[in-house]
Design a protein around this ligand. Sequence first.
Ligand code: ADP
Length: 296
Amino acid sequence: MQLIIQNLSKTYSNGVQALKDVSLTINKGMFGLLGPNGAGKSSLMRTIATLQEADSGSISLGNIDVLTQKEEVRKILGYLPQEFGVYPKIDAVTLLDHLAVLKGISNKGERKGLVEALLHKTNLWNARNKNLGGYSGGMKQRFGIAQALIANPKLIIVDEPTAGLDPAERNRFLNLLSEIGENTIVILSTHIVEDVKELCTDMAIINKGQVLYKGSPLDAIAEVEGKVWTKTIEKAELESYRQNFRIISERLIGGRPVISVLSHEQPEGGFTRTAADLEDVYFTHIFGNTQKEVAA
Ligand code: ADP
């Protein structure tokens, strides 16, 4: 099954054009949708999840026309929204069971088996009788995946799932996602480059509603390989470097700025060639050819 998005556009009533002629083909596996805040990721995710309308364009999922056959989509969709609220005074077993009823699983025995399997899969079995209000951020997100998996979905959409998770929780969550991605289309929307680099076989970079890159992370890195140069400088020099070089990223290492620039040849002034990283690709696309913005 493939998800095919063609020429999708959306302008909100306040005049913001959130999606501009977006076309993407997404196959089984983990697909990373990478872009800064405000890029249009949630608008695209919500449209695919049948929660909002597009102005023009089409989306198909296998034989289903996503924009018109919403009920069909919902039957095979698992969605973890950006703001995933849980009822704090209910435990995981009770809520999952209730959500399974809402999904139409009326057989009690079948529900019990399903809920238990989901709790094991998401590593929440030991916390199954605890109220959700007492869950950590990572546990809440894993619970979000458990509820998204109830209907055995063919398409799973997770919107910015790792924001706010500590490194251990983030790893656990991403491992869970990648397991799921072996059999399903999983779309991971994120502004965190590392999430995409570690997990996704395919990706797109979007900004200001437009797709700036689509392909595999490895091909993306190959595009800039050999052209990334870095230099450690003094803080006082930063402004002059910004004026004179096409800086794609600035970070502080040990309190000193390290700048990266993109260039076919070694720039003057003691730059060292560095192995390209997905982050370099990302900033190159996001900041374009002329911009010299801070990319911390
Ligand atoms: P992202 O998920 O990448 O942060 P969004 O899709 O949430 O991006 O937002 C894209 C743009 O659309 C932003 O400029 C945002 O302010 C605007 N936007 C999002 N939702 C609405 C809405 N319901 N009404 C008006 N503008 C919106």
